[in-house]
Every structure is written in structure tokens, then in C-alpha cells.
Design a protein around this ligand. Structure first.
Ligand code: NAD
Ligand code: WQD
Length: 337
């Protein structure tokens, strides 16, 4: 088994994936520029697994820095490409920064893979590529559509990768994640946003008294309780999907695309109620206007990942919210102390 390069290796999803990969016997080379993370998550992955990882502080936008990493690590045989900016609202305000980071960063990575003969890659895509789907559950062959610059970058990164894979004979798996939530059951690694854009980290901070109340963006959606419905997936289940994807890459060959979700949708109010139950008090919330760009309902059909990767989500809503609350309670300041 060669070494696996993890771009964005200090981030939220990567840190959970790193634990699963190390436990499955992989040797990892991590790369990150810390634009949305810190070395502390890497340190804690080492502590949890009892294994040292090789780490490079490098920016994907700097192709020479990337070349140096590949030169120093000739045993790299595959890549998991997490490294990207991911905040939808920020991408609307700073589109050029998003295109430059996500597209230039990916182009550089693919170029250096081409130069060094590395031919296997697992790519972090997103359910955002389905836009506002005509029906649910969404399947992988549904039409794609981007509604913001972040989503555009994910679609472009997918397309560039598909074209490169066809031309260069690469084995590529594109994982389209739904809504990752929760944390490792040790409470040592988790999601650490300074200001949460997503629902669950915001609810956690309200539960902890850091913020006053949750603003529920719209109660007039065409859903059972009027609030938005999403396919929340436990980050540890998501991490395990990467282990399965990596194992199948060579065997399957070519380009594959999989939805990584539970296939079930929960509303904002159901999430707040589930969280209130685990933290032991009612989480205050207030209805607010719809957030620009939101949609009523999206959840995925994960049947293809089950059939071809042998992966399906095992953890339910209770485990998602309990692990998020444990992480929040044990690390009130995240990785900052
Ligand atoms: P994250 O911000 O925690 O992790 C991304 C990591 O990439 C960070 O550590 C960041 O510092 C690093 N990074 C960004 N640009 C870089 C660059 N130019 N050079 C080097 N490192 C760079 O985010 P995450 O939630 O762990 O997301 C990981 C991937 O999954 C991203 O590609 C994201 O788009 C995708 N994704 C996330 C979600 C979600 O809701 N969290 C959903 C679908 C897809
Ligand atoms: C979930 C629901 C909100 C916050 C985003 C990206 C997507 C993907 C995952 C990366 C919605 C409601 C939220 C709040 C609320 N990321 N909400 N109050 O929008 O489904 O997906 O993250 O690829 O691309 O768009 O996730 O957690 O922001 O929202 O009422 O304070 O919670 O309206 O219905 P979303 P989210």
C-alpha cells in the first residue's frame, strides 16, 4: 500500500477521515495552508491513533510547493482532495478568491499528479451541484446546476477532473457529500468554525450559551413543518466512505460518482428538537425570513454507494447530535484551547 496525500488534511472532514484511514493501515501525507484550520487537529489525530503523520504546510495555489511535496514523497500513489474554500455566502462576496483557490489549487494538483505519474484520486464534491432538484431523493445522474460561485467551483473541479481522468487514464471517485455533521465519539476532533454558517454548529453554540438563539430561515417552505429539509450525515460515516472509495479505486477503474448521504431528510425544527433532547434544555429559536439561495428540500439516494462501494451510513440522528454536543462541551473554544 503506497502513501496517500490528503489535501486540506487539517480540516474538519479530513481529520475524521485521517483517523479511519490510519486505523485501516494507510500511511498519510497531509498538506494544508491552515486558511481554515490549525495544526491542533493534526496533533489530535496523532494522539487518537497513536501514529505520527507526515505534514507539509503548503498552499495548493503554489505549484512549486506542491512539486516539492511530491518530490519529497515519491511513495505517494493516491490523493484525497479536500483542500478548498467552502463558505457559500463568502463565495458570493469574494468569487474571484473562490475561483482562484479552488480552481487554480485543483489544476496545480492535477498537473503535478500528471508530472509524477500519480493516477488515483478521491474528490470531495457536494450535493450543492444538484442545485434545486426537480424531485427527491436525488440520484447521481440528475442534472447539475450551480446557484453560487462555491457550487460553480465544485462543478468545474468535477468536470476538469473527469476530463483529465479520461485523457490520462486515472482512477477517480467523486463523492458528493450531503450535510456533514457531528464529531468523533472521543470528543477530541470536530468542526471548529469561528462563525458558523451551517445549522448544526450554530445550534451547538446556542446550546452552549455562546449565542442567544437560532434564527430559523423560513417557516413557509413546502415541507411538513414549513422549515428546510436536508440529508444530515454523521462525519464518521462520511469518513468511512473515503476508506471504501480508496479501496475500490483500482478495482473499479475510470470515473465513478457517488452520493454520500443517509437518504433521509430532517427539518430544521427536528434538528433543534433532537439537539434540545441531548443537551437537556430547550434551544431557543426564532423564525426569520428565508435565506437567499436556500431551497426547501434535498436528500440523496445513496443506493449506488451501497451497491458499488459496500458503504452505507450506520449512525443516526441521535448519534449525530450527541457527538456534536460532546465535542462542543469538551472544547468550548474549539481547537483554540
Ligand atoms: P474545512 O475548511 O474544514 O477543510 C478544508 C481544508 O482545506 C482546511 O483545512 C483549509 O485550511 C484547507 N485549504 C483550503 N484551501 C487550501 C489551499 N489553497 N491550500 C492548502 N489547503 C487549503 O472544510 P471541510 O468541511 O472539512 O470540507 C472539506 C471538503 O469537503 C471541501 O472540499 C468542501 O468543499 C467539501 N464539502 C464540505 C461540506 C461541508 O458541509 N462541510 C459539504 C460538501 C462538500
Ligand atoms: C441547513 C438548513 C437552512 C443555519 C450548505 C451548503 C452546501 C454544503 C453543506 C458544502 C437550511 C437552515 C441554517 C441557520 C437555519 N456545503 N438554517 N438557520 O445550506 O443545506 O448546505 O452546507 O458543500 O453546499 O450550501 O446547510 O447547514 O447552512 O443549512 O435555519 O442559522 O438549516 O436554511 O434549511 P445547506 P446549512
Amino acid at each position: 500500500m503506497g502513501k496517500i496525500l490528503i489535501t486540506g488534511g487539517a480540516g474538519y472532514i479530513a481529520s475524521h477521515t485521517n483517523v479511519e484511514l490510519i486505523e485501516a493501515g494507510y500511511e498519510l501525507v497531509l498538506l494544508d495552508n491552515f486558511c481554515n484550520s490549525s495544526m491542533e487537529s493534526v496533533r489530535r489525530v496523532e494522539e487518537l491513533t497513536g501514529k505520527k503523520v507526515t505534514f507539509y504546510e503548503a498552499d495548493l495555489k503554489d505549484i512549486d510547493a506542491l512539486r516539492k511535496v511530491f518530490e519529497a514523497e515519491p511513495e505517494i500513489t493516491g490523493v484525497i482532495h479536500f483542500g478548498a474554500l467552502k463558505a457559500v455566502g463568502e463565495s458570493v462576496e469574494k468569487p474571484l478568491m473562490y475561483y482562484e483557490n479552488n480552481i487554480t489549487g485543483s489544476l496545480n494538483l492535477y498537473k503535478v499528479m500528471g508530472e509524477t505519474g500519480v493516477k488515483q484520486l478521491v474528490f470531495s464534491s457536494s450535493a450543492t451541484v444538484y442545485g434545486d432538484p426537480a424531485s427527491v431523493p436525488v440520484k447521481e445522474d440528475f442534472p447539475t446546476q450551480a446557484t453560487n460561485p462555491y457550487g460553480q467551483t465544485k462543478l468545474m473541479m468535477e468536470q476538469i477532473l473527469i476530463d483529465a481522468a479520461k485523457a490520462l487514464g486515472w482512477d477517480v471517485t467523486i463523492l458528493r457529500y450531503f450535510n456533514p455533521v457531528g464529531a468523533h465519539d472521543s470528543g477530541r476532533i470536530g468542526e471548529d468554525p469561528e462563525y458558523p454558517n451551517n445549522l448544526l454548529p450554530f445550534v451547538s453554540q446556542v446550546a452552549a450559551g455562546i449565542r442567544e438563539k437560532v434564527m430559523v430561515f423560513g417557516n413557509d417552505w413546502d415541507t411538513p413543518d414549513g422549515t428546510g429539509v436536508r440529508d444530515y450525515i454523521h462525519v464518521v460515516d462520511l469518513a468511512k466512505a473515503h476508506v471504501k472509495a480508496l479501496a475500490k479505486l483500482a478495482e473499479k477503474g475510470g470515473v465513478s460518482i457517488y452520493n454520500i448521504g443517509t437518504g433521509k431528510g430532517y427539518s430544521v425544527l427536528e434538528m433543534i428538537e433532537a439537539f434540545s433532547k441531548v443537551c437537556g434544555h430547550q434551544i431557543p429559536y426564532e423564525f426569520a425570513p428565508r435565506r437567499a439561495g436556500d431551497i426547501a428540500t434535498v436528500y440523496g439516494d445513496p443506493a449506488l454507494a451501497s451497491a458499488e462501494l459496500g458503504w452505507s451510513a450506520e449512525l443516526g440522528l441521535d448519534e449525530m447530535v450527541a457527538s456534536a454536543w460532546k465535542w462542543q462541551s469538551m472544547n468550548p473554544k474549539g481547537y483554540r484551547g
